[in-house]
Write a protein that binds this ligand. Sequence first.
Ligand code: CMP
Length: 140
Amino acid sequence: MERTLTILKPDCVKKQLIGAVINQIERAGFRVVAMKKIKLSKETAGEFYGVHRERPFFGELVDFMSSGPCVPMILEKENAVADFRTLIGATDPAEAEEGTVRKLHADSKGENIVHGSDSAENAAIEAGFFFAAEEVVRNN
Ligand code: CMP
């Protein structure tokens, strides 16, 4: 069983889509094994996205991710990393497949509703960023 880390981003929370997006995630066969609602500081958002520090959109990304509460979750499923990226669609909603989370709900490349880990290795690092071991609980 593989795990991936997602964040329902501040635009998802502001649009009151937490339930709708989690419903889509669960219907696709993912189990939520950890979840919390938090507001990132600019410093913490910058740390999480440290790999993008040199990118031109870094400042915008940090401002957006610290603009309101978000909901990080650890999800479990076979092939979770790749299957979750398929479920959410391309970073840019204009390029995302019909029916994907971003096609349905996202406004732009920056405000794109959800984050999804790009590898199992990064998923483990990102999960550790948000959750202590005792906060990760399998359903059964
Ligand atoms: P995410 O999967 O969370 O990881 C990096 C994020 O950078 C990505 O989603 C986008 O929200 C954001 N991003 C990527 N490209 C751009 C861009 N050109 N302008 C603004 N934000 C971007």
